[in-house]
Ligand binder design. Structure first.
Ligand SMILES: Cc1cc2nc3c(=O)[nH]c(=O)nc-3n(C[C@H](O)[C@H](O)[C@H](O)COP(=O)(O)OP(=O)(O)OC[C@H]3O[C@@H](n4cnc5c(N)ncnc54)[C@H](O)[C@@H]3O)c2cc1C
Ligand code: SF4
Ligand code: SF4
Length: 1019
């Protein structure tokens, strides 16, 4: 039995007092000093891990004012505050051992869009893609780009002065900031915009912090103009943070925003911003060039700039290969064909053109491609290219490019690519020579790495692979960083080219030289006691205030190495999460993490759950627990022998006894096991897998709820219940029984078992079971048109008519259909951590399916989630050989010719596919199969973008999840289902999705094959 974890790093008294004082004020947000929230926010995407004392979630500008005002009270002088947005910093920008002020959770409203004057006003926590989605109907967009655009906030972008692809055309974030509403540390709310000298003088005369800040900044600028000019490099990616070089704008006006932008939360909280927005270019295109070497692509890119593109990005083969092995490749592979006789692609250049005049754009591209044709085959030139027209297609390639940054963090083995010198910038003309030396430096330490860059801006992305758990390798951070700083200086560039400084602020004094003390004076004017994100960018001139050092901040590796290697291996699915935050995707129409979207609590995300498991493993290890052995004991131990102890522990839990196990458990129970993380996370973090292991261990200590046994046993009970469904159905429909079930068992809205059984329907149709005898009787020439339907409990017993409809359709199309005898699939057991029972079910099922497979007849499953279990959970532990059970569309698409023969005379309709999340993410190519199947019958099918429906097997039926399940449904499904324009057009592949729509909107969605059957019947 796993032990209780009572010993945790508790919150310091000063912070508990601060939090208490905050609660006693009129603070409207939440305050969370719980260990789980602290652990989850102790990392960003960097190599560092710093445990905060707590997290606060302000709801309004007033909350920020209260917080800042309280912090300057003398009793709270030691309190430090660090603002946090999406937490996607690569260098510890938002990490703190003080209090995190998470602005992203509540302050994420778009306040005003003025399309006519082309500006918007937003709160600091608005996500960049969220803003652009809102602007799209107006034909406008917020131009600064970054790879993390689906989770990074405007506050974070402003504070790191973010930019990325297209920066040569559109500049950096601060180029689009019109006005900032900031909260200074004394609680002053201040709006900053360019000021005339008269206005500046008036403000300077004020006798408060605002006056002080303006006086100091203006004085530093006036007195050190030449030094500022000499120190700030003239790069496209000019220096961020305390940007004195731009304190006076082109019109000579004083603009405090150039100091605030890029300040990494070290000067003020950005509550709101007024931003400049631009018209979306009407036309866009990409020329995708292939090269035999990365150096060639880099050098050529510099020449290609002469052809006047909007941007050029170069990607190396390593990154390309990572993309090729990811779900993202499916959408772009046609643009990078590996044709016969061509060399292997070792580098690509993506040359972008945008504009409002189509003819002009095409003429530019024609000029470029004429040139490319003329140099084809010459050394160092492209050996082939494709052209992509139109925003939709171009965005797919940029999507791949954006994801590549995250993919760069992926790899195999213990050495993983990590960020610390990942965003250097040098003048573009120096880039190729600089990269040569950079590579030599990495090669001299035998480090593997992938590279890509914004060649037009001279920015290079690279993440060397280092095992930070290995003490011997840890020192490489210093060696490589110092080497790269020297190189960037040699080539007149910067180590902080794009992602901000964070812990790397250590290099600021060396870079700024005699100007650095002036920056310290500025910091002192805003934050005299060094309370705002201390150690980053700059320190005030006070005793004890020091910049962080790249090798003195605790790293994740130092914590992770405390976990024994066997435990790390067992939970490797959690260990390798690198915190890039792709799972914080804001888009409600994207499958990624419904539990995070519905709760906006980061502990309910894949990253949150991974972080908690890592800490849980560490704390277990500190108690000398062999967690792998505990798992095995839990699997094979006696239920009765451990019962008294579990009763006692559960009773103590009810009495409020603290145990970190319970915090981890709470986060795991919020997971829908939808597996979107498995497919969409660049590192393929598999939460359902480690969640299952954790639950197994957890319930060796605590009692399981009754519902778990019901859910786990459902597949076993249902064949018996279905023989006499009336009593079960009566119970489930009876109001008193419903409330008893809801309250005492923890299950609600259980569906009724079908009264027309599958066996009866098969008998009526003369459809046989796939027994050895029946299979042996099939003549070899009939096998290609025979198929075995592999049953699942949900469709066979709760949607029997669907199974019969599918049988009818297949027979109508000319197939010989057999049905595999029903056997529990085991997925619900896996979800709830009944590992031993799952293994039994999987072994038994595999055995049966293997024997059926030996007939050579294709096997297909109807429900995507249950069917994908055969290729995922069944083989994940390496204990079973794979059996091929295809999704029905994967198999049927190979027989479109048969379908096509039935197309004549059918009416033509348009349908919309509401695909199941696991199908969309884990078998993405099969969505195109559905389209082809419909096309074969002359029908149109388009994929309707939606997130999760909120049901996910039995999740939505569990009493404690009902509210979240509904919230998830409302995020993207409800609107589509209730849109009158979609009447009769929607089809859904998942049993869960159909039952959720029936339960919440009282509509019966059809399976795609059911509508095809109806068409054939009515023809
Ligand atoms: C895979 C990957 C790819 C990336 N690609 C790019 C890229 O292409 N271009 C680029 O520029 N960056 C990139 N980054 C870095 C990162 O995404 C950006 O720095 C981003 O702007 C951070 O936004 P955030 O909301 O996550 O901020 P956080 O990481 O939460 O915070 C960043 C800094 O801003 C401060 N801050 C946040 N909100 C506020 C506020 N309201 N008031 C005051 N201070 C605040 C924090 O204290 C911190 O110092 C990448 C990161 C990753 C992991
Ligand atoms: S779970 Fe995956 S997507 Fe989320 S932070 Fe970790 S590595 Fe990134
Ligand atoms: S399985 Fe689904 S709900 Fe659970 S962590 Fe992964 S994406 Fe989130």
């Amino acid at each position: 039995m796993i032990p209780r974890i009572a010993e945790i790093n508790t919150t310091q008294k000063l912070y508990l007092d601060f939090i208490e004082a905050l609660k006693n004020s009129h603070f409207g947000g939440e305050v969370n000093p719980d260990y789980a929230s602290r652990i989850v926010l102790s990392t960003d995407n960097s190599i560092y891990q710093v445990l905060p004392q707590g997290v606060v979630f302000p709801k309004s500008v007033e909350d920020l004012v209260l917080l800042a005002g309280l912090a300057v009270e003398p009793r709270f002088n030691g309190v430090v505050l660090s603002a946090r947005g999406g937490g996607t910093g690569t260098n510890g920008q938002s990490l703190t051992d003080g209090l995190i002020v998470d602005i992203s959770r509540h302050m994420n409203q778009i306040l005003e869009i003025n399309a006519e004057e082309r500006w918007v006003r937003v709160q600091g926590g608005v996500v960049k893609d969220q803003l652009n989605a809102a602007l799209k109907p107006y034909g406008l967009f917020f131009a600064p780009e970054l790879s993390t655009s689906n989770r990074a906030t405007i506050g974070g972008m402003i504070n790191t002065d973010a930019s990325g692809q297209g920066s040569c055309m559109y500049g950096k974030t601060r180029d689009h900031v019109l006005e900032l509403k900031s909260v200074f540390l004394d609680g002053t709310l201040w709006s900053s915009a360019p000021l005339s000298d008269t206005e500046l003088d008036e403000i300077k005369a004020r006798n408060d912090r605002v006056g002080e800040v303006h006086r100091v900044v203006d004085q530093v600028f006036t007195e050190h103009r030449e030094l500022i000019d000499a120190k700030f490099p003239k790069l496209n990616r000019c220096l961020t943070g305390y940007d004195l070089a731009h304190i006076r704008d082109e019109a000579g006006r004083f603009n405090l925003n150039s100091v605030l932008c890029g300040a990494e939360g070290s000067l003020a909280f950005i509550a709101e911003a007024k931003l400049n927005v631009l018209p979306i270019p009407k036309y866009s295109a990409l020329v995708n060039l292939k090269y035999a070497g990365f150096q060639e692509s880099l050098e050529d890119a510099a020449e290609l700039m002469a052809w006047g593109p909007t941007s050029i990005e170069t990607v190396d083969s390593k990154v390309l290969n990572l993309a090729m092995n990811d779900i993202v490749w499916d959408s772009v592979k046609d643009y990078f064909p590996q044709n016969d006789g061509e060399p292997t692609i070792q580098g690509i250049n993506l040359v972008e053109y945008t504009g409002d005049d189509e003819a002009e754009l095409k003429a530019k591209i024609a000029k470029l491609t004429d040139y490319l044709d003329s140099v084809a085959g010459q050394p160092g030139k492209t050996f082939g290219y494709t052209v992509t027209f139109g925003a939709a297609e171009v965005n797919k390639i940029w999507g791949m490019r954006k994801k590549s940054v995250g993919l760069l963090g992926n790899g195999v083995g213990e050495r993983r690519p990590i960020p610390f010198v990942e965003d250097t910038a040098v003048p573009p003309e120096n880039l190729a020579a600089y990269i040569k030396e950079f590579r030599a430096l990495l090669d001299s330490h035998n480090l593997a790495y992938g590279m890509f860059g914004h060649v037009d801006a001279g920015v290079l992305h690279v993440r060397p692979a280092i095992d930070m758990k290995n003490e011997d390798e840890e020192g490489l951070i210093r060696v490589i960083s110092d080497g790269v700083v020297a190189l960037t200086q040699k080539y007149h560039g910067l180590i902080w080219g794009e992602h901000g400084k964070g812990v790397r602020s250590e290099y600021a004094p060396a870079f700024f030289g005699e100007l650095y003390p002036q920056l310290q004076i500025i910091k002192g004017a805003f934050d005299p006691a060094n309370q705002l994100n201390p150690g980053k960018i700059c320190t005030p001139l006070i005793d004890g205030a020091e910049l962080l050092k790249i090798d003195e901040v605790p790293t994740r590796g130092q914590y992770d190495r405390q976990i024994p290697a066997v435990a790390r291996e067992e939970y490797s699915e959690a260990m390798f999460c690198n915190g890039n935050g792709a799972c914080y995707n804001y888009d409600p129409k994207d499958a990624m993490c419904p539990s995070w979207k519905a709760t906006r609590e980061r502990k309910h995300s894949p990253k949150g759950r991974s972080s908690l498991i890592r800490e849980w493993l560490r704390l277990m290890a500190l108690q000398g627990v062999d967690i792998v052995a505990e798992g095995s004991k839990a699997r094979h131990g006696s239920f009765m022998a451990s019962l008294p102890a579990r009763v006692k522990n559960s009773w103590k839990k009810k009495q409020g006894e603290y145990d970190f196990n319970n915090e981890v458990h709470e986060a795991m129970m919020g997971c829908l096991a939808c597996k979107s993380c498995v497919a969409q996370c660049p590192i393929k973090v598999n939460v359902p897998d480690f969640r299952s292991r954790f639950l197994e261990a957890y319930y060796s200590r605590y009692l399981r709820p009754l519902k778990d046994y019901m859910i786990g046993g459902l597949e076993y009970m249902i064949p018996y219940l279905s023989r006499f469904p009336a009593p079960y159905n009566w119970m489930m429909a009876n109001r008193t029984m419903q409330s008893v079930f809801g309250r005492w068992v923890g299950m609600v809205d259980s569906p009724a078992i079908c009264t027309n059984t599958l066996v009866k329907g098969m008998g009526e149709r003369g459809v046989p079971f796939a027994t050895a005898q029946n299979l042996a009787a099939i003549m070899p020439e009939h096998k290609p048109h025979s198929v075995i339907l592999v049953q699942d409990a949900f469709t066979s017993f709760f949607e029997t008519q669907l199974v019969l409809d599918i049988i009818d359709l297949l027979r109508e199309t000319g197939f010989n259909v057999l049905v595999a005898p029903f056997k529990p699939n085991g997925k619900p057991l896996h979800v709830h951590g009944f590992k031993a029972a799952f293994n039994k079910a999987a072994d038994s099922n595999t055995q049966m399916l293997q024997s059926l497979a030996s007939s050579g007849i294709a096997m297909v499953g109807i429900d995507p989630s249950m069917t994908l279990t055969y290729r995922q959970e069944y083989i994940d532990d390496g204990m079973r050989l794979p059996v091929k059970v295809e999704l029905i569309q994967e198999w049927l698409v190979k027989h479109c010719d048969l379908l096509n023969q039935k197309a004549e005379g059918l009416p033509q309709n348009d349908y919309k596919l509401m695909a199941h999340c696991s199908e969309k993410t884990s078998a993405a190519a099969s969505i195109a199969d559905w389209k082809k199947i419909f096309q074969a019958l002359g029908q149109t099918l388009e994929l309707q973008a939606t997130g999760c429906c909120g049901m996910a097997g039995t999740y939505g039926h569990e009493t404690e999840n009902v509210e979240t399940s509904r919230k998830i449904y409302d995020l993207s499904w409800s609107e589509v289902v209730n849109d009158p324009a979609n009447d009769g057009r929607l089809v859904a592949t998942g049993y869960s999705c159909r039952s959720q729509v029936k339960r919440l909107d009282e509509q019966q969605l059809q399976h795609p094959l059911q509508v095809l059957l109806q068409l054939l019947k009515t023809a």
